[in-house]
Design a protein around this ligand. Structure first.
Ligand SMILES: NC(=O)c1ccc[n+]([C@@H]2O[C@H](COP(=O)([O-])OP(=O)(O)OC[C@H]3O[C@@H](n4cnc5c(N)ncnc54)[C@H](O)[C@@H]3O)[C@@H](O)[C@H]2O)c1
Length: 497
């Protein structure tokens, strides 16, 4: 089967090799010997297996990371050297960009061509951005007053120090990029990392671990444990040797991780679910807005935390915009992501296909209108791009994250109503406004309760802009200078002279 795939020889070689976890400097099996299989979502076939780690493996990985942080060449490295290593890692990823993209495609279902210019390129850009931060981590000095010792002199200063061992757990929708959003600031600040990729998508995390070693990082700086959320994930979140947890995934699991983190007072960043609104104002360039709204929901099969999954259009243009989006959806070619002409791949799993189809069925039962799509098919886990209208704002389809290519759409009458509808949801990750009236847009921006607001674009991410959620979409921020703050601690020092 592998021999027939149109992939690079090195991708085929990676898939043919035995895969082990990286703990310290050793590639290892799980202590139990257990393994778990992963599939190609475009065919449903098992592609291979990886070790299924348990608490014992997690403990070994945390110990390796602890030792590397406390006492290794890494702990003594100068900022300039951390910068150069991160730059070297980015160069290696650039060298292997096609292989990384093909692995992402085979393991996740997304288009290999898109993965190369988006997922892999964004990860490379992010590493280079973070490399620049390694030499710019600053504390400050203060002039203490200390009124009870008026005749003494003091010098006060604040050090900004790496937080320590980072436990990172990520979702399957952008396996490489999400891992790199956590690894970049950790390596820039001098932390060490234990990464657990999603159960479904271990491949690019293991490839990344190979590149980290090749770049010259000391043993234990980056460890990858493959395993299930319930075994490896839970063990990592409860491990007292972890100084910071950073998680990307569902709000449900995020709440559990937040509670586990508080038991050990572990620092925690949570990047969680979303149900982001796309608002099309009457004065917008309507064709651009329709294309943008379609891309906002259908990119990556709708499996994007900040996907524009709720569409609100000013009433007089509602029917036209929906017709345009339905036209775009109906013209999308679905298939295997290795085919460059394919616009949409499969969902990640049979479970996700059933879940998304269940929401579409629920819409039908409640009398909503399916403006396009609605069907699912195989082999593989495909769901057609779907637009649903005649829904109520309070409906589960409008309130809950579907995490698939399903758009729910409603009209609004004025901008106050648009803002109210946009905010009427438990999540607050992203929102886009499509309009040429910048005055109106600027008045709306402060009123929208979300971590990102895009104007005439959607899900546009930049390494310099912090990304994260309001409300149930999470705690903390990734990217930008904010990421450096989240991977460092402050230490106050007072010296009596
Ligand atoms: N805000 C963001 O930046 C962002 C980005 C991508 C995805 N997401 C969200 O991720 C979700 C989809 O991903 P998913 O279905 O893989 O989420 P998930 O929460 O089921 O799993 C995410 C990760 O957590 C692990 N996990 C599961 N249960 C665990 C537990 N009890 N303890 C510790 N780890 C556990 C999984 O093995 C996986 O690695 C969506 O809600 C999506 O919005 C958010």
């Amino acid at each position: 089967m592998l021999a027939d795939l149109p992939i690079l020889p090195q991708t085929r070689a990676f898939l043919s090799r035995k895969r082990q976890m990286l703990i310290g400097e050793q590639w290892q099996d799980a202590a139990s010997g257990n393994t778990m299989s992963f599939r190609n979502p475009a065919t449903g076939e098992v592609l291979g297996d990886v070790p299924s780690a348990g608490a014992e493996d997690v403990d070994r990985a945390v110990q390796a990371a602890r030792q590397a942080f406390d006492d290794s060449p890494w702990s003594r490295l100068r900022p300039r050297e951390r910068q150069n290593l991160l730059w070297k890692l980015a160069d290696l990823m650039e060298r292997d960009a096609q292989e990384l993209a093909e692995l992402e495609c085979l393991n996740n279902g997304k288009s290999a061509a898109v993965a190369q210019v988006m997922d892999v390129q964004l990860a490379i850009d992010f590493f280079r951005y973070m490399a620049g931060w390694a030499t710019k981590i600053e504390g400050c000095t203060v002039s203490p007053s200390l009124p009870l010792m008026p005749d003494e002199q003091f010098h006060g200063f604040i050090r900004r120090e790496a937080v320590g061992v980072v436990g990172a757990i990520v979702a399957w929708n952008f396996p490489l990029l999400l891992a790199c959003w956590k690894l970049g600031p950790a390596l820039a600040t001098g932390c060490t990392v234990v990464l657990k990729p999603a159960d479904e998508t271990p491949l690019t995390a293991l490839k990344l671990a190979e590149l980290v070693l090749e770049a010259g990082y000391p043993a234990g700086v980056f460890n990858v444990i493959t395993g299930t959320g319930l075994n490896a994930g839970v063990a990592l979140t409860r491990h007292p040797g972890v100084d910071k947890l950073t998680f990307t995934g569902s709000t449900e699991v995020g709440k559990q991780i937040g509670k586990a983190a508080m038991d050990n007072m572990t620092r925690v960043t949570l990047e969680l679910g979303g149900k982001s609104p796309t608002l099309v104002l009457a004065d917008a360039d309507l064709q651009q807005a329709a294309a943008g709204a379609a891309n906002a929901i259908f990119f990556n099969q709708g499996q994007v935390c900040c996907a524009g999954s709720r569409l609100y259009v000013q009433r007089k243009h509602f029917d036209n915009v929906i017709a345009d989006i339905a036209g775009i959806a109906n013209g999308m070619k679905l298939g295997n992501g290795l085919d460059p002409s394919v616009a949409m791949g499969p969902l990640i799993s049979a479970r996700q296909q059933e879940r998304v189809s269940g929401y579409i069925e629920l819409g039908r039962e409640l009398g909503a209108t399916i403006a396009c799509g609605g069907e699912s098919f195989g082999p593989g886990y495909f769901v057609k791009p779907t637009v649903i209208v005649d829904v109520d704002q309070k409906h589960r389809l409008v309130q809950e994250e579907i995490f698939g290519p399903v758009l729910v759409a409603m009209p609004f009458d004025d901008l106050d109503e648009a803002v109210r509808l946009a905010n009427d949801n438990p999540y607050g990750l992203g929102a886009s406004i499509w309009s040429n009236d910048l005055g109106a847009v600027h008045k709306m921006i402060p009123r929208i309760k979300s971590g990102s607001v895009w104007v005439n674009c959607h899900s546009a991410l930049d390494p310099a802009l912090p990304f994260g959620g309001y409300k149930l979409s999470g705690v903390g921020r990734e990217m930008g200078a904010a990421a450096i703050e989240h991977y460092t601690e402050l230490k106050s020092v007072l010296i009596r002279l």
